[in-house]
Design a protein around this ligand. Structure first.
Ligand SMILES: C[S@@+](CC[C@H](N)C(=O)[O-])C[C@H]1O[C@@H](n2cnc3c(N)ncnc32)[C@H](O)[C@@H]1O
Ligand code: SF4
Length: 390
């Protein structure tokens, strides 16, 4: 039975600009344009005010924000006055939980020593640095503008400024040797006292330059079995350094799971503001329903449509089936699994597929949690497809 009483609420802010566009990236990111901070502040504020009204209108009960996440794009390029204004308005409207986590994504090439201190003073207490690779040759392949030395300096400075530092790395691409990757990772983990890592296997996304190159036969992809070896070995190394895998690609020391992303995987409530961001709330009115608020993707369209009053591109009310598929797809990404009571109707899971996966020890039910076994998490998409569609 779904209720809304103890649901958490977090806030996602999208900043869409970067210094350059990386060839693998399909995020809503655009090369930096001159921006007037006052206009951006107005539009973000209008959206926050509107979301406050939406929370009241839909009787969304919550106990203050537990997390805020500035994502992008490259939010370390955001003018500080915009960050400051968003944090003040959010605190006034929604209140902050005492141990709120406030994260910001930073790119080592847009990092200046002073900025980390300024961000920390504004209230940012978790920084996520896009190191992407630990050697210069691979950084060049990934089209990054920073060197591995730049990245190391940024990480070192972050560790000295924040108590909660995360690093993003991309691995398992064609031509990369498993032994090189594991050696680099071991050295890196020995050297820096990090709390969190996001380790993504390279995916070739439609609409990127890598996709065009791949289609033209100019870029190869790694063999699936070799990618699985990379995943297994990576998991072992992380375990050896006291990182727990809590999601398919995310690892954290105890107590440092990313709170905002967990809200998202656990289908809690979150507000999403900024170009292309989306938010989801559980309305408590009459028949409980999941509502999705979608923002205009193009930064200029978003800015001009929100500058006088808040305007979403779409507001969708999910059917129970759509909501259940989403809850299941997101929840199974977590290593702890999903509470089955979170589904309106468990019959979206096909019982013969469920039994087969359980017999093969791919899926497990324990203490009311449905979860995928650790070694099979790399095959999650096909497992979910089999569960719902077979
Ligand atoms: C919004 S970006 C990170 C922020 C920052 N702009 C940066 O690049 O450092 C989020 C992360 O997604 C990962 N990512 C993006 N596209 C990817 C792809 N095609 N394959 C694997 N990881 C990807 C990268 O590790 C990246 O750091
Ligand atoms: S990976 Fe980061 S820096 Fe590169 S285009 Fe995507 S968001 Fe921008």
């Amino acid at each position: 039975m779904i209720t809304n009483e103890n649901k958490l609420l977090s806030l996602y802010i999208h900043w869409p600009y970067c210094e350059s566009k990386c060839p693998y990236c399909d995020f809503n990111s655009h090369v930096n344009e001159i921006c007037d901070p006052k206009q951006w502040i107005k539009s973000y504020t209008n959206q926050l005010l509107d979301m406050n009204e939406q929370l009241l209108k839909h009787n969304v009960s919550f106990n203050n924000l537990n997390a805020i996440f500035f994502g992008g794009g490259t939010p370390s390029l955001m003018p500080l006055e915009i960050i400051d204004s968003i944090l003040r308005t959010a605190s006034n409207l929604f209140g902050f939980k005492e141990n709120i986590e406030i994260s910001l994504e930073a790119n080592p090439s847009s990092y200046e020593k002073k900025k980390f201190k300024d961000l920390e003073e504004l209230g940012i207490n978790r920084i996520s640095i896009g190191v992407q690779s630990l050697n210069d040759e691979n950084l060049k392949f990934l089209g990054r503008r920073h060197s591995s030395l730049d990245a190391q300096l940024a990480v070192e400075h972050a560790v000295n400024t924040f108590n909660n530092v995360s690093v993003d790395l991309i691995y398992a691409f064609y031509g990369q040797k498993l032994l090189h990757w594991t050696n680099e990772l071991e050295i890196f983990l020995k050297h820096y006292d990090l709390q969190h890592l996001s380790l993504y296997q390279l995916t070739i996304e439609k609409g990127t330059r890598f996709y065009t190159d791949y289609k033209k036969g100019l870029l190869n992809v790694i063999d699936n079995d070799y990618a699985a070896d990379f995943y297994e070995k990576t998991n072992e190394i992380l375990k050896g350094h006291n990182f727990l895998k809590y999601e398919v690609s995310n690892y954290a020391k105890k107590g440092f799971d990313c709170k905002h992303n967990k809200n998202y995987w656990k289908s809690e409530n979150w507000i999403g503001i900024g170009p292309g961001a989306y938010g989801r709330l559980w309305s408590s009115k009459q028949n409980i329903k999941r509502i999705e608020y979608q923002n205009y993707k193009n930064p200029k369209t978003w800015l001009s449509n929100n500058i006088n009053r808040s305007e979403f591109e779409n507001i969708n009310f999910f059917s129970n089936v759509t909501s259940d598929i989403d809850t299941l797809t997101m929840g199974l990404r977590l290593y702890e699994g999903i509470e089955s009571f979170k589904l309106f109707d468990q019959s979206i899971i096909k019982s013969n597929a469920f039994t087969e996966l359980q017999n093969k020890k791919i899926l497990k039910v324990k203490n009311g949690m449905l979860k995928v076994e650790e070694n099979y998490m790399i095959k999650l998409d096909s497992i979910i497809d089999f569960l719902i569609n077979s």
